[in-house]
Design a protein around this ligand. Sequence first.
Ligand SMILES: NC(=O)c1ccc[n+]([C@@H]2O[C@H](COP(=O)([O-])OP(=O)(O)OC[C@H]3O[C@@H](n4cnc5c(N)ncnc54)[C@H](OP(=O)(O)O)[C@@H]3O)[C@@H](O)[C@H]2O)c1
Length: 243
Amino acid sequence: MNRSVSTMPRALITGASGGIGGAIACQLAVVGYEVWLNGRDEERLKALATAIRSSGCQARLAPGDLTQPAELTTVVEALGDGPLDLVVHSLGAFHLASVADTPLDVLDRQLAVNLRAPWELTRQLDPRGRATRDIVFVSTTAVLAPKAGTGAYTAAKAALGALAETLRDELADAGIRVLTLYPGRTASAMQREVCRAEGQEYHPEEVMRPDDVAAMVVAAVSLPRSAEVTEIVMRHRRPGTPR
Ligand SMILES: NC(=O)c1ccc[n+]([C@@H]2O[C@H](COP(=O)([O-])OP(=O)(O)OC[C@H]3O[C@@H](n4cnc5c(N)ncnc54)[C@H](OP(=O)(O)O)[C@@H]3O)[C@@H](O)[C@H]2O)c1
């Protein structure tokens, strides 16, 4: 892959219409990436692209439902054949129910969004062929200590971690860095939905900000290439709490 054809590094961000992915896209644009925005909600993506461009940065749209094979292929084709420096897999879906109350179609939907979509997107993007430098998978701290009711979500996200580790080994000789990010509760539409499902009030000020997570991603991918961050665990820090 000839890098000289590209004037600025390119990044594809899935889940860019969401809280965390949107923040990651904005911060990557500020540090000089041309960001390609994926999600299903095209209006949100357009609004984000407009905001990014209004600050003099570069944003392109790559909308599509990544659980739909034809739409995933369209997203990949939209990127063309050029190098793709960074892929951030931030799409995700959450479902709260006990194993007893989770029929296979619900499990399959969780697997489709949280595992199969990033799996197939990675395969079709061909990171080795496109001279990709960094791949980031957004998992969750929920996989580190799964709680009742999170089985389908944490099973899918734990498998995503296994995908990341496998890729890290398979792509190491090409110099491609693979990071798995484990954020704790973060203010977003998903967190509002989690609180609703748990029967709790949503207090965005009591959880991490998407910008906190985005800053960590930018720091990791901006490291000199002599170093690689493989895993990051983040959680909200309440003022005054000892640890
Ligand atoms: N918020 C938290 O507390 C928290 C904690 C730990 C980990 N995470 C993880 O962080 C990531 C980002 O979550 P978030 O908090 O930013 O949630 P969010 O605001 O609900 O965003 C979820 C994103 O996933 C996209 N998405 C869902 N299904 C899709 C599909 N079939 N095809 C393409 N895109 C799809 C959504 O796109 P559309 O809206 O356009 O459909 C949206 O952009 C997720 O992987 C989540 O599991 C979140």
